[in-house]
Write a protein that binds this ligand. Structure first.
Ligand SMILES: [Zn+2]
Length: 484
């Protein structure tokens, strides 16, 4: 099957910083007209399982359907430090943090503690210690290079790397990023093609997104004038958008030509607007996220939706449909990044209820994108569009007795009931994450998933052995090259 879809030859070097080079004289690889990259931040297999158990749709989601390619992706960083390192050492893969199935699944009991959480088993300790962050993982997905944690589209030396957003923009296509968290957070920042040695340079990243001429749609939180409950601040917080940029956007005089919207009604009108703005920045009336940071969280006990959701901010399906309605005015095609960014935020708070809310909203967005393509909207359909649904990394969410039963599955308590679970961490892990793809060139993923995690029995049951690819190979597939 892999042979049938691979009518070109190429060099595919993973994790070395090498670019993919089509062999001379072969048929040029074709990039689909549209690529829609959907990232549920922090969503490992058990985040999907927990949400599916609660909604009663486990294994019956849109992306579980037969048209979707299913695989797994490794997400390890080049190294776990936060800073660039000069010279060849800066580009070398630290072997202690690559993905090693034997270390990941090591059930040897241990008495150590990581970030305040007892490790219980050597595998838990290793996967926490070797975990990546969203900056370097999203960068690896969109530029094909591993880097250090904190890197936004720069290599291990801190040198900028060309991204898929820039490639598509130069090809005349429209590019956009929408997220449920701050618009310049790691995933939208990297997805937009921005470059920075540190993800924490928020204002500079926002300025680059506005001024680089790569993206024409930006949506998310980070609004200087509003807190996380939609209350107007007396003193603006310019943590994400610099004061000069914000003033210019609000007065409609920003040199980039971006038009600003903030009100939910303006977001709601976008999907069906006849003549939407060509360059639009949508900044919801919230600071850190649309919903996940609202008041009232009780992490240990909070059930999904037990604290009423805000009604004054748009949801992610609406933002995605609005972005599609703008970007699809470009006949050359589009690259759209859609991030369910607050899944990860809820996980950092070990708040399973809000994680399920956020993942459900993300799944509804996959359904909205699928409906858009299924209806051949503006000539965009599954034949000319590649949709990728994956995560940038995992969190260590396991079953209720996973202190003593290594890697225990969640306990399904039925629809509408929170499953039995235990957080073994409040941060990231280095476990594999599920990857789903459908549409043009989706079959190329099958050729990339050639690494075998023989320890992953559960993976094997669900997806046919533990075959996996590396996140850098997502870039290879998006660029139409795929893997040898
Ligand atoms: Zn995170």
């Amino acid at each position: 099957m892999n042979r049938a879809v691979r009518h070109f030859s190429l060099v595919c070097l993973i994790g070395t910083g090498a670019l993919l080079v089509p062999a001379f004289g072969q048929q040029a690889p074709a990039v689909p007209k549209n690529v829609i990259l959907m990232i549920s931040d922090g969503t490992g297999a058990n985040a999907i399982a927990a949400t599916g158990m609660y909604t009663g749709k486990l294994g019956k989601q849109i992306f579980d359907g037969p048209q979707w390619i299913k695989s797994w992706s490794s997400t390890f960083p080049l190294r776990t430090g936060d800073d660039p390192v000069s010279g060849p050492a800066g580009l070398a893969q630290d072997p202690q943090v690559s993905y090693d199935p034997a270390k990941n699944w090591d059930t040897t009991p241990v008495t150590t503690t990581t970030r305040g959480f007892p490790d219980h088993f050597a595998g838990y300790a290793w996967t926490k210690k070797s975990a990546p962050d969203s900056a370097n993982t999203m960068s690896a997905i969109v530029n094909g290079h591993k880097s250090y944690n904190n890197a936004i589209n720069v290599d291990g030396n801190g040198k900028p790397v060309t991204t898929f957003a820039e490639i598509e923009s130069r090809a005349g296509k429209a590019v956009g990023v929408v997220t449920t968290v701050e618009l310049a957070d790691a995933t939208p920042a990297a997805g937009s093609g921005a470059h920075n040695a540190s993800r924490t340079s928020h204002q500079a990243i926002t300025a680059e997104m506005l001024n680089a001429g790569v993206v024409s749609v930006i949506m998310g939180a980070g609004n200087p004038d509003y807190d996380n409950d939609g209350k107007r601040r007396t003193t603006p917080d310019y943590g994400w958008i610099g004061a000069a940029d914000w003033m210019a956007l609000k007065s409609g005089t920003h040199g980039s030509g971006f038009k600003l919207i903030e009100d939910k009604s303006a977001f709601d009108a976008l999907p069906t607007a006849a003549n939407p703005p060509r360059k639009l920045i949508g900044v919801v009336h919230s600071f850190n996220s649309t919903q996940a940071n609202r008041a009232g969280a009780a992490p240990a006990t909070e059930a999904p939706y037990s604290v009423p959701r805000r009604t004054d901010v748009p949801d992610l399906p609406t933002m995605a449909k609005g972005a599609l309605n703008i970007l699809d005015d470009n006949p050359q095609g589009m690259f759209l990044v859609i991030e369910g960014g607050a899944v990860d935020r809820a996980e950092h708070a070990d708040n399973l209820g809000r994680m399920i809310e956020e993942k459900t909203e993300f799944d509804d967005t996959v359904a909205a994108v699928s409906a858009y393509l299924g209806a051949n909207t503006n000539g965009n359909n599954w034949s000319n569009t590649l949709v990728i649904v994956t995560a940038d990394h995992d969190h260590l969410l396991l079953g209720p007795d996973s202190d003593t039963v290594p890697f225990q599955d969640l306990k399904d308590n039925g629809p509408g009931k929170v499953p039995g679970y235990k957080w073994q961490n409040n941060g990231h892990s280095n476990r594999l994450v599920p990857l789903y793809a459908r549409g043009a060139n989706a079959a190329l993923f099958a050729a990339c998933a050639k690494r075998d995690d023989t320890y992953a029995d559960d993976m094997g049951r669900r997806f046919g052995r533990g075959a996996y690819l590396d996140e850098t190979e997502i870039f290879a597939v998006m660029t139409g090259m795929g893997c040898r």
